[in-house]
Design a protein around this ligand. Sequence first.
Ligand SMILES: [Zn+2]
Ligand SMILES: [Zn+2]
Length: 200
Amino acid sequence: MKITIIYNNEANAGLKSGWGFSCLIEDKEKILFDTGDDGEKLIYNMKQLNVEPKDIDKVAISHNHWDHNGGLKEFLKLNGNAKVFHPKSFSKPTEISPGVHSTGALGKLIKEQSLVVNTEKGNLVITGCAHPGLEKIIEEARQLGTIYGIAGGFHGFSKLEKLQGIKLIAPCHCTKYKQEIKQRYPAQFREIKAGDIIEI
Ligand SMILES: [Zn+2]
Ligand SMILES: [Zn+2]
């Protein structure tokens, strides 16, 4: 199982950064999770990372904020066949691809889904902005099994004790307390920027 960070506020050399998040999950199928805020930059980064838009089977949008769905239109011009899962599609956990579940739309004001990906080591939770509260997302994801890791935007999440026992913690995008998380969980913390790959 491989996750490639395509879009993020910070990027590795040769890639464009932008406010937003997008990653590609490659397991049995190829799933694009979120699309950043700018379609041109998204497609540019995909090319640099040898990700062929046409090869992507499915797209899941965490929530309808511009920094997550901004690149969708440009992407769909290059791939009109990918099935798109919007956050309002489900109100409870649903398998969107073999071994990949959506938590369903959580949150009251902003409906947001996160993905839970089965790996050999446990589940990897992938979040967009975590507006419903990362603790809520963790609680929901735990219904699907043990959490091995969490990656994505953690937003204003500050109940750091809730990350206890999680082996891989990779906050990026809108995470406000990244430094605090790093200090508290130095061995589990992983810095991720556009271009980085998580393989489990
Ligand atoms: Zn965001
Ligand atoms: Zn947002």
